[in-house]
Design a protein around this ligand. Structure first.
Ligand code: FAD
Length: 419
């Protein structure tokens, strides 16, 4: 990103804050999007496409975004981290001001955002898309320092590479344990995709090793498909201890490499701790988070139910049965952009109908998927139509075909969000 664009964005909004609104305020409205991930980047682009007169600013501290989807393949050594990384150059080229700083404060009364560098930005409407924060207060013993020993790898980047290096350094015959929280969590099937791909790595490199999943849930998404694949591809390699079998982790001891559950203690050579989650901290600072830790929204406009002129999309929002995924964040981003543009133009926002697909790759050339369609029911998103779900007893050609589709899905969603 060029410095010129950063300064351009700040200047434009300083002016908007100082001078009275022009009579064309409607088309010159300033919209700020916080968070340049799948939700925020897609929303900023959609806003500019709907109306090129809208002044759109995207605030994101990282100059390079590292995507989580397919990061389990990086952990398993099947893909390099560079395939996960995207710049904001295309977004800047479309006339969006990208400010490479973190937002640290939001005053909904004056509609001013404070940035980490000390500057202030005014908004007419604000879209929050900060993703998740990991709850380092949830499991005694698991804090940020402990994550340097037992990586979470639930935000892609250095943590992803740390977990991969630990697997590479482990002796054949070692145990890899995953601690999985109860929901809501980012990408509910991803822990099981990760366990599968780790098993693939072990099967090919360290065949005497095993994977243990300690789970705070009894059931999990696409369970029959995963369990069928484990039987077929990794017999005897993956053991899962569910909630009712005592699998819920209650505390962690990073020094002695130990996970403590309701019924026992487990020591493993490599431990991936996926802690409970909540909306990104800035949403809390804005006052948009309720006691669940997430942001309640009006599902038609994505407007916060707690703070005026603020919309929330992506993992940070909670609005019913739509899962926290890049697919959902991207679909919500477009619907939210359309609602925001309608509201600015004084028009009735359209009622959204969102669709999302979720692919799980459990080995190279072996994937399955589930898709759904979501609409507003009683003030929440509800799944109104089951899309396609891969059959449990599908032939291998179908799994191979789905693995190709998964790659295609990743290419198109990342082009859609980042160009
Ligand atoms: P993010 O994409 O995380 O973006 C949030 C952005 O906000 C970040 O860039 C962050 O830096 C920024 N931010 C936070 N706070 C501030 C602040 N104060 N100021 C400015 N910026 C801020 N989904 C799928 O659909 N398919 C998959 O196959 C899939 N696989 C996954 C595998 C794994 C291992 C994991 C962990 C997740 C997976 N997901 C998948 C889920 C997907 O990654 C998330 O649901 C998606 O990234 C959510 O988008 P978002 O915009 O809400 O958050």
């Amino acid at each position: 990103m060029r410095r010129r664009n950063v300064v351009g964005g700040l200047t434009a909004f300083a002016a908007a804050a100082t001078f009275p609104k022009p009579s064309i305020a409607q088309s010159a409205a300033g919209i700020v999007v916080i968070g340049g991930g799948f939700g925020g980047a897609s929303c900023a682009r959609a806003l500019r496409r709907i109306d090129t007169k809208l002044r759109v600013t995207l605030i994101e501290p990282n100059r390079i975004f590292t995507a989580c989807p397919f990061s389990n393949e990086v952990i398993a050594g099947l893909r390099e981290i560079e395939a996960q990384q995207f710049t904001y150059d295309r977004i800047v080229a479309e006339g969006i001001s990208v400010v490479a700083e973190a937002a640290v404060k939001i005053d909904p009364q004056t509609r001013v955002i404070a940035l980490a560098g000390g500057q202030a930005l005014h908004y007419d409407r604000l879209v929050l898309a900060p993703g998740i924060d990991l709850r380092f207060d949830a499991w005694p013993g698991y804090d940020e320092a402990a994550s340097a020993i037992m990586p979470h790898a639930w935000k892609a980047g250095p943590q992803t590479l740390l977990l991969r290096r630990q697997l590479e350094a482990m002796d054949d015959g070692g145990l890899v344990a995953l601690a999985v929280p109860a929901g809501p969590l980012r990408c509910p099937p991803a822990p099981y995709e990760r366990a599968s791909l780790i098993a693939h790595y072990l099967k090919t490199r360290k065949p005497r090793s095993k994977v243990l999943i300690l789970d705070a849930k009894d059931a999990f998404p696409q369970q029959r498909l995963f369990e069928q694949a484990w039987k077929e591809l990794y017999p005897g390699m993956i053991e899962r201890v569910s909630l009712s079998q005592g699998g819920r982790v209650t505390s962690v001891d990073a020094k002695s490499h130990k996970l403590v559950t309701d019924f026992g203690e487990y020591t493993a050579q490599v431990i991936n701790v996926i802690p409970p989650q909540r909306a990104g901290r800035i949403a809390d600072i804005a006052g948009a988070v309720d006691k669940t830790g997430w942001c309640p929204i009006d599902p038609v406009t994505f407007a916060s139910r707690l703070v005026p002129d603020i919309h929330v999309i992506g993992d940070a929002c909670i609005g019913g049965g739509i899962p926290k995924s890049a697919s959902a964040a991207n679909a919500q981003a477009k619907a939210c952009a359309s609602a925001v543009a309608s509201l600015i133009a004084g028009q009735e926002p359209p009622t959204p109908r969102l669709s999302g697909a979720c692919y799980n790759t459990v080995a190279p050339g072996y994937a399955f998927s589930q898709s759904g369609i979501y609409q507003v029911r009683d003030g929440l998103f509800a799944e109104v139509e089951r899309g396609d779900t891969s059959p449990v007893d599908a032939p291998r050609e179908m799994r191979a075909h789905e693995a190709e589709n998964a790659q295609g899905w990743y290419r198109s969603i990342t082009v859609d969000a980042f160009g």
